[in-house]
Structure formats: C-alpha cells, structure tokens
Design a protein around this ligand. Structure first.
Ligand code: GDP
Ligand code: CA
Length: 322
C-alpha cells in the first residue's frame, strides 16, 4: 500500500514565467506529492492558424526542464529558421516562435481540430515530456484578455509582445468569461487540495482571468485547504513585466499591500520580500498574515528553497501536513 502522504495534494495557481518558476520549485522540493498547476489561458492566441497557449507552454517547459533558462520561456537551444523565412516573405514576426516550439503548437492545434479538449491535450503533452504533475488549463472554453488603450483595444500579445507593454492602459477585460466555466478537473483539484498557493504571477492578467471564472473564487473559499500567496511585487516593482503598471488599472496599489488587497478574504497568508518588511502592518490590516522571506527565485535551487520555506512557515502557522 502507498503511504498516505502520497495523497496529500498541492494546488498552484499560475500564469507564465513567475508561476512556472514557483511550480518547478514545488515539483523539485516535493516530487512525491501529487500536485496540480491551474494555469491561465486568457493569453492564448492564434498565429498562422496555430493555437498558442503561452502560459501553459511556459509551465510545461519549466516542469519538463526543457525551458530556455535565459528567457524563462520557449525551449532551450531552439532555432528560428521558420521565423526567418517568414520574415523573408515579408511577414510580421514580432511573436517569436521557435522551430522546436512549433511542434507543440502544431500538435495542440491538430488535437483541438480533432475535437479533443485542451485539458486532455495538455495531459498528453505533459506525459510525453515526463511530467508527473497535473497541468490544468483553467477552462476548456475560450477567454480572451483585451487591453484598452485610449480608443484602441489590443489583444494581449499585441500589448505584451508587440508593444512591449509600453502603452497607457485604460482597461482590461476578459472576453468570453461570462459564459466560460472552470473545468471539472480544476474544481475537483481545488476541492481535494490540502494546500493552495497563488504563485507570484501577475494579479491582473494571469490570476485575474482564473478568479473571474464563474464559481472559481467560491471553490477556493470553500476548500478546506491552507491557502497562501506569494507577492510578485517587491519594493513596489514587478521583477519582470507589467504587473505594477496594470494593478492601478484595477485600483490596486502596486505594492505588497496592493497584493494583499487583491487576495483579501481568499488566502491565510501572504509571502512578502524581506526588503518589504515595513509592509507587514499593511498586510495584516487587510486580514492576511504577512510572512517575510526571500521571495526571489534566481534559479531552480532558489525556487526549491522558496517552496520549502513556504511549506515550513505554513506548517508552523497552520499545522500544514504535507
Ligand atoms: P507571465 O504570464 O509570463 O507574465 O508570468 P506570470 O504572470 O506567472 O508572472 C509574472 C510575475 O512574476 C511578474 O509580476 C514578476 O514580478 C513575478 N516574478 C517573476 N520572477 C519572480 C520571482 O523570482 N519572485 C517573485 N516573488 N516574483 C517573480
Ligand atoms: Ca502570461
């Protein structure tokens, strides 16, 4: 018989790079535990008829160890021959697609066209790449992030990649979210979790779409799991990307306190950086237990260390038994 601890379940909510680094830390620190990573799919887009799911791919590439470590996304040692030829044909090539990476998009699109659900396809790709954790798209329905800048509405990839997020943002919306549903797999994973962690992902465009799905927030609230979040904001800045720029669009201060506002009523504790010690009072005022730690993940070892630190604190604070 397997030891009972095998059935302890970790659930991590994730966007792309920040979430994938955290998920890899847990995967390496607790390889024998069942874990599920629930991933944002509102960044998904279609290029050349191929269905591209950047956050899912980032998580898949991190957990399989195939990721390009310098970029934090894409495959290591990939080449760009196809993209160069597309440029030679006069096409726009601002969205970088590596030659090996294209195999993922070709395979996923083929399976979608055959009628398979994104959740099943993600399972097939994960298993093929030797990943034992479950990577779960937040939904099998289509939810699409739209960024409004003045009178223009940009797709997320136009905003993030083409414009390198150097535009004023007036509003963010998730087209299709009203009729989309979280998958049964997602709801069951949340229900059965012992520990739920919101990775240090962008609150607005990575965790925002997930929490906007009907029934998702209630499922987290109703889960008996111990719940924690890690701040993606350190000293008022995002380590990477537009989190600090987007938070004010949702009236959130770009700080650990703003992150506490975002997760208010949803988690027991918030991990903030040791350089943000002065924010502990503000976090506590918002009803969350502040935990001060080194929350930067320089590499896999740093991410593994952070995963252990999180679990140790939650064990001491709430008796988390993993
Ligand atoms: P994206 O979909 O690729 O933009 O990735 P996520 O939304 O998952 O993560 C982006 C966020 O991760 C940014 O706001 C970063 O500040 C944060 N981030 C990246 N690396 C780290 C890290 O090592 N530690 C912490 N605490 N946050 C990080
Ligand atoms: Ca993303």
């Amino acid at each position: 018989m397997k030891s009972a601890s095998v059935y302890k379940r970790i659930v991590i909510f994730s966007g792309g790079v920040g979430g994938a680094k955290m998920a890899r830390g847990f995967y390496l620190a607790y390889p024998e535990k069942q874990s599920s990573v629930i991933v944002n799919t509102a960044d998904d887009d279609v290029f050349y008829g191929l269905y591209i799911s950047p956050d899912l791919d980032t998580v898949i590439y991190h957990l399989s160890g195939l990721v390009n470590p310098e970029q934090g996304w894409g495959l290591a040692d990939d080449t760009y021959t196809t993209l160069k030829q597309l440029a030679a044909l006069g096409d726009e090539t601002w969205f970088k697609l590596g030659d090996r990476d294209l195999a993922t998009h070709l395979f996923r699109t083929k399976k979608l066209n055959e009628g398979m659900r994104l959740t099943e396809i993600t399972g097939i790709i994960s298993r093929a790449l030797g990943i034992s954790a479950r990577i779960l798209p937040m939904t099998d329905d289509r939810v699409v992030t739209k960024i409004r800048s003045g009178s223009k509405e940009l797709s997320f990839q136009e905003y993030f990649v083409k414009k390198r997020w150097q535009v004023h943002v007036d509003a963010v919306r998730f087209a299709g979210v009203e009729s989309a549903r979280p998958t049964t797999d997602v709801i069951i994973a949340i229900k059965e979790a012992n520990f739920i962690l919101f990775a240090p992902s962008n609150p607005v465009v990575s965790i925002g779409p997930i929490l906007s799905l009907k029934g998702l927030r209630e499922a987290v609230k109703n889960s008996g799991a111990i719940k924690a979040a890690v701040s993606p904001i350190i000293q008022g800045k995002a380590l990477k990307g537009p989190a600090a720029q987007l938070m004010p669009v949702w009236s959130l201060e770009p700080s650990a306190a703003g992150i506490a506002d975002f997760y208010r009523g949803l988690v027991n504790c918030l991990f903030i950086d040791h350089t943000d010690k002065k924010m502990t009072g503000a976090v506590r005022e918002r009803g969350l237990e502040p935990v001060v730690a080194d929350i930067t993940m320089e590499d896999s070892e740093g991410a593994t260390r952070l995963a252990r630190t999180i679990v140790d604190h939650c064990r001491a604070l709430y008796g988390l038994d993993l």
